[in-house]
Design a protein around this ligand. Sequence first.
Ligand SMILES: [Zn+2]
Length: 261
Amino acid sequence: MSTETLVSTQPATFQHSPSNGECNCPIHRNQTSPPFTAPLGLPFSNNVSIKPISQKKAEEVYEAHHGYMDGDLHPANLAHHGLYYQDLLGAITYRYPFFSKKKLYFNSDDELKPKPYTERDFEGLPDNIEPRARSLVSGVDGSSIDHTEVLSGDKFVEANRICIGERMPNLASCSLAQSQEFFVESSDCPAGIEYLITYVVANFEGSMIKALRGKGWTCIGWSEPSQAGNREHKTIRDQYKWVFACPVSKVYEQMGLSEWK
Ligand SMILES: [Zn+2]
């Protein structure tokens, strides 16, 4: 599996590389003042919205605020979303993933579970990754898996980059929820997609994991660093990443819940 991509995060600050006041990205170039914090009691999520943006605009946001990536976006993108709270504050890009097949594990209630790793798998991880891996995906052994399914890559869409240009963890969580709902309902979402998938750089996950879990995502395992021989070296490939997946049916389920709020 190729792992060019990914959601990068800054420790505890959720994808945020602070602007030094001279940032010329679409978020900051015309900004007169930073976004104000919503007063207590005002539902923050009501004020977050999603609008499609151009690839150029998304690229400018990633270039300025996505800590790990540089260079162009992969051309096979399906959609770019601008994340708005008062003004544009971030971006998410959706595309087909690079893998051609993925094996998923389920319990007897048909719930998505992490891959059942062995003790040896955990011990083989680097010291700084192992404890986190144990807390994220342990407790699943072969006996808790009822059945598996091997799905082709065209059943997945990858949330390839999630990037916020301001220090607002709530915004990341709210806008992720709205963006995934917007995407699965839009004509940009190809027919037959069953899962959204994303990768979070290990050791830099910050509050990303909490946000994903709160929105129906399950950590299904880790991906190991890899180097694609035919591409220029990118630091992000040297990282372990947590792999998160979310059934599209769950996105619809959450939409139903939020309508009743
Ligand atoms: Zn900026």
